[in-house]
Design a protein around this ligand. Structure first.
Ligand SMILES: NCc1[nH]cc(CCC(=O)O)c1CC(=O)O
Ligand SMILES: [Mg+2]
Length: 353
C-alpha cells in the first residue's frame, strides 16, 4: 500500500532471536528533526495568525459613559456609544481591521415586527455614525437580522400560526440593510438565513448607490447551542419563543453548506461566513476549497465562554487555548475570525512585536 506523504514501508525482517534493544530504528524520515528547536519550528510553521485576521464583535447599549458586564461572557461588556467609539479607537490603534456591531435593544422597543431595525436613529445607526466620525479608518460590519428587535426573539417575521415568513422577512431585511448602509456600514452581514436575502439586498444596495457596500453572507449558520451567551448579551434569550430550526442549519449537515454558499455567491456575496467556528472547521475548509472566496469563521459566544470558564477555574491555560483555537481557524483556511478575544489577541501579538 502507498501512503500519501510517506515513503513505502519495506516489509519488516523476520525477527531473529532476541531483539537488540540498543539498535537504532532504520528511519530515513524523522519528522521530529524539524521540531528540534524554537528557530526551526518558527522557520517551518505553515500558518500564522496576525492582527489583520481579527474582527471584533462588540455589544452596544443606550446611555453614556457606561459598560455593563455580560454575565455568561466574563470579560465582555456591553458598551454605550461613547465607550464603543473609545474601544473602536483602541482597536484601530492595535491594527484590528474591523468591528462588528450588535445592539442590546431596550426591551420596550421590541415589537412583533421588529420595526426598530428600520429606525434610522437606532442604536446601531448611532454607533455607526459616531465611529465613522471619530475613527474613520476602521471597517464597520453590521448584522442583518431581526432578533435584537423582535418581541419573540426570532430573526424573521412570525405568522399567526408560528411560522417564520421568508419573503416577507426578506423585504424587511432589505430595508434594514439600506438603513445600515446609509448610516455608514462598510460590510452588510445578513445572519438571518432567509432564502434569497443576499440577492435582494445586493440589488437594493446597488439601486441606492451603495455599490461599494460589501456583503458578508452568513451562508452556513447552524442552529447551535453555542449562541446562548450572545442571546443574553443582546437580551433575546428571555423572549425567544421556540427554536430556530426552520431557518438555521442542522448541525448534522455538511453538503448543504456547500449548496447554501453556492446560492449566496450567485446572489452576490463578496465573502462567506461559517458559524459557529471551532465545531465547524470542516465546513470552513470545504467552503474555502470549493469556492476560494474570502471565508470567515465566527468563534461564537459559547466558544468564548467555554474557554474563559475553564481558564477562570484554572482548568486550562486560557491564553494558550485562545491562541491555539485561533490558529486552528487559520489552518482550516479561514481568511479571518470574528472573535471576542480580538483585543486581547491583538495586544498579545503586539507585545511579541
Ligand atoms: N442573528 C442573530 C445572531 N447573530 C450572531 C449570533 C450569535 C453570535 C454568538 O453567539 O457569538 C446570533 C444568534 C442567533 O442566531 O441566535
Ligand atoms: Mg441561504
Amino acid at each position: 500500500m502507498t501512503i500519501p506523504f510517506a515513503r513505502p514501508r519495506p516489509a519488516f525482517p523476520e525477527p531473529s532471536g532476541r531483539p537488540d534493544v540498543s539498535s537504532k530504528l532504520d528511519l530515513v524520515q524523522r519528522p521530529r528533526r524539524n521540531r528540534k528547536a524554537g528557530w526551526a519550528r518558527e522557520l517551518l510553521r505553515e500558518n500564522t495568525l496576525t492582527v489583520a485576521d481579527l474582527i471584533w464583535p462588540i455589544f452596544v447599549m443606550d446611555g453614556s459613559e457606561a459598560r455593563t458586564p455580560v454575565g455568561s461572557m466574563p470579560g465582555v461588556d456591553r458598551l454605550t456609544v461613547d465607550e464603543a467609539v473609545r474601544e473602536a479607537a483602541r482597536a484601530a490603534a492595535l491594527g484590528i481591521p474591523a468591528i462588528a456591531l450588535f445592539p442590546y435593544t431596550d426591551p420596550e422597543l421590541r415589537t412583533a415586527d421588529g420595526r426598530e431595525a428600520l429606525n434610522r436613529d437606532n442604536l446601531v445607526c448611532r454607533t455607526l455614525r459616531a465611529i465613522k466620525n471619530e475613527v474613520p479608518e476602521i471597517g464597520l460590519i453590521t448584522d442583518v437580522a431581526l432578533d435584537p428587535y423582535t418581541s419573540h426573539g426570532h430573526d424573521g417575521l412570525l405568522s399567526s400560526d408560528g411560522r417564520i415568513l421568508n419573503d416577507e422577512t426578506v423585504a424587511v431585511l432589505v430595508e434594514q440593510a439600506l438603513v445600515q448602509a446609509d448610516a455608514g456600514a462598510d460590510i452588510i452581514a445578513p445572519s438571518d438565513m432567509m432564502d434569497g436575502r443576499v440577492g435582494a439586498i445586493r440589488r437594493a444596495l446597488d439601486a441606492s448607490g451603495h455599490l461599494d457596500a460589501q456583503i458578508l453572507a452568513y451562508s452556513a449558520k447552524y442552529a447551535s447551542a453555542f449562541y446562548g451567551p450572545f442571546r443574553d448579551a443582546v437580551g433575546s434569550s428571555g423572549c425567544l419563543k421556540g427554536d430556530k430550526l426552520t431557518y438555521q442549519m442542522d448541525p448534522a449537515n455538511g453538503m448543504e453548506a456547500l449548496r447554501e454558499a453556492a446560492l449566496d455567491i450567485e446572489e452576490g456575496a463578496d465573502m462567506l461566513m461559517v458559524k459557529p467556528g471551532l465545531p465547524y472547521l470542516d465546513i470552513v475548509y470545504r467552503l474555502k476549497e470549493a469556492f476560494g472566496l474570502p471565508t470567515f469563521a465566527y468563534q461564537v459566544s459559547g466558544e468564548y465562554a467555554m474557554i474563559e470558564a475553564a481558564a477562570r477555574n484554572g482548568w486550562l491555560d486560557g491564553e494558550k487555548a485562545m491562541m491555539e483555537s485561533l490558529m486552528a481557524f487559520k489552518r482550516a483556511g479561514a481568511d479571518g475570525i470574528l472573535t471576542y478575544f480580538a483585543p486581547r489577541v491583538a495586544e498579545k501579538l503586539a507585545r511579541k512585536g
